[in-house]
Write a protein that binds this ligand. Structure first.
Ligand code: IMP
Length: 193
């Protein structure tokens, strides 16, 4: 059976990805399975660059074809930031609520509501052989912080053509429409052809 490495230490992501890959005749490994704990610095300026840094690192360390993802939110009222700094931006505040209030204020002051989530997946199948799969979900920043499901910025993001935040939608439903699932489906299409 062929092996494929998912370069992540995030337990939730690993469970989700392993479920998706169950139907394939592939042995899907994560960093934990190989006792790899150290990760390279995500020094890229784009989601694509950061995903590639990780998938190349995984391939170079193990010789196993490897994929990695990088995601975040881009907000119009913040000049389309925080982008690749999404995690760090949130962690810079004392708590999530303060961060969200700061974003809601910038939307109110600027009148700019648009936002999108993006995921880039990089698959390294050989030395210098790299393929990128992108997924995006467009929407707007909500007027209020709403919902308990999900994680990260879900409580302030309303997908286009919806009137609920991602945190008000069930995890199962969110996973069907999310930026991550769009990128993962592109990867799966590639692997099955
Ligand atoms: P990661 O690269 O997937 O770990 O995402 C980096 C950061 O972007 C996370 O820590 C979240 O703050 C944010 N983020 C990424 N995807 C989502 C999502 O689906 N919902 C909410 N926040 C997200």
């Amino acid at each position: 059976m062929k092996q494929l490495l998912f370069f992540s230490n995030n337990k939730n992501k690993i469970i989700e990805i392993k479920k998706i890959f169950n139907k394939f005749d592939l042995e899907l490994l994560s960093l934990n399975d190989l006792n790899i704990s150290e990760e390279p610095e995500e020094s890229g300026h784009t989601f694509e660059e950061n995903a590639k840094i990780k998938s190349e690192h995984g391939y170079n360390k193990t010789g196993i074809p490897c994929f990695a993802d990088d995601s975040g939110i881009c907000i119009e009222s913040l000049n389309w930031k925080p982008g690749v700094f999404s995690k760090r931006f949130l962690n810079n505040f004392k708590n999530k609520e303060l961060c969200f209030k700061n974003i809601l204020k910038s939307v109110k002051n600027s009148g700019k509501q648009n936002a999108y989530f993006k995921t880039s997946i990089s698959l390294t199948i050989n030395k210098n052989q790299n393929i990128i799969f992108n997924g995006k979900i467009y929407g707007k920043i909500s007027e209020k912080i709403k919902g308990d499901f999900g994680f990260g910025y879900d409580p302030i993001f309303i997908p286009k053509n919806y009137n609920k935040t991602l945190a008000e939608l069930s995890t199962k439903y969110k996973n069907e429409i999310s930026h991550r699932s769009i990128a993962v489906n592109k990867l799966i299409n590639f692997l099955s052809n």
